[in-house]
Design a protein around this ligand. Structure first.
Ligand code: HEM
Ligand code: HEM
Length: 235
């Protein structure tokens, strides 16, 4: 992966390549569907844990919380099936499609670039480095807070869902171990799942800030790259 990256870098610095095709269409489509699903999950999840004051009138005439839960579960299926599709794409897509799943942890140059990027984000260095795929710090953060985070939200979410579907349901059989792991206390799983929401929301805030900041400051395209697939480099 790094050898290919170095080759791109060499070509780019020789000013032979000013645009490189990075993110293929399925990955880009997944990114935006996934971002939308997470937005719905975070908003509906927030209200599941902290419901609105009761709706006036006869209880059987209103189904507000039911709709909120329905939207949460529909978005949860989109999120989980999308994630499985994203794993599939890591196998069949280009090498950038594997970046959020595999970290080159034994590569010291990669680690030194993680710290370079950290200093760049903290405004401590003036020269932006350019990358064809994700920069090493982004890659590390996406792995920790998105890839690991998604597995965590799917496990805790489907454990709660399995409780709703009932004992013996597919979800309780596959994810019931999460309940057992916290001593069978469903409230604890709710709290851990809710904490996961805040971690995910924090990641999204920093991620969107970083994408906009890099678009402006790093002399390479970012947001349009996630739309068209092409990374453009300015000298
Ligand atoms: C990034 C993804 C997700 C976010 C941000 C999220 C957020 C939340 C939040 C904040 C709650 C309320 C917890 C509480 O305070 O009690 C919740 C509840 C719940 N979530 Fe998620 N969730 C996500 C993914 C999932 C997934 C993949 C499933 C799988 C079906 C799921 C199923 C549930 C269930 C069953 C509940 C409890 C509903 C109830 O008790 O009425 N969530 N979610
Ligand atoms: C307005 C909202 C968003 C914008 C503008 C945005 C922008 C971007 C951009 C520009 C990239 C590519 C970065 C690069 O080339 O290194 C990217 C990648 C990524 N974003 Fe977002 N993003 C948004 C929302 C989200 C949300 C809500 C999540 C999930 C919490 C998310 C998760 C990811 C992940 C996991 C990747 C890596 C893609 C991959 O390699 O498969 N994004 N995003």
């Amino acid at each position: 992966m790094l050898a290919e990256q170095d080759q791109f870098e060499a070509e780019r610095s020789a000013r032979m390549v000013k645009a490189v095709y990075v993110y293929e269409a399925p990955l880009r489509l997944w990114h935006w569907v996934n971002a939308l699903a997470i937005t719905v999950l975070a908003i509906t999840g927030y209200f599941i844990g902290l419901p609105l004051p009761s709706v006036p009138g006869e209880a059987s005439n209103s189904f507000l919380m039911g709709y909120i839960r329905f939207a949460h579960f529909a978005a949860a299926y989109i999120f989980a099936i999308g994630f499985i599709g994203r794993i599939y794409w890591a196998f069949v897509g280009n090498h950038h499609a594997r970046q959020i799943f595999i970290l080159p942890v034994w590569n010291m140059k990669w680690w030194s670039e993680v710290f370079y990027e950290l200093r760049w984000y903290l405004f401590l260095v003036k020269e932006p480095k350019k990358y064809v795929g994700h920069n090493p710090l982004a890659q590390l953060m996406m792995f920790l807070f998105f890839t690991v985070g998604a597995v965590y939200m799917i496990c805790t979410g489907f454990a709660l869902y399995g409780e709703g579907l009932g004992e013996g349901s597919w979800a309780s059989q596959m994810f019931g171990w999460v309940m057992t792991a916290v001593g069978g206390n469903s409230m604890q799983v709710h709290s851990w799942h809710r904490l996961g929401m805040w971690v995910t929301v924090s990641f999204a805030v920093v991620h969107i800030y970083a994408a906009i900041r890099e678009d402006i400051m790093s002399r390479q395209s970012l947001i349009s790259t996630m739309i068209s697939g092409w990374r453009m480099f300015k000298d």
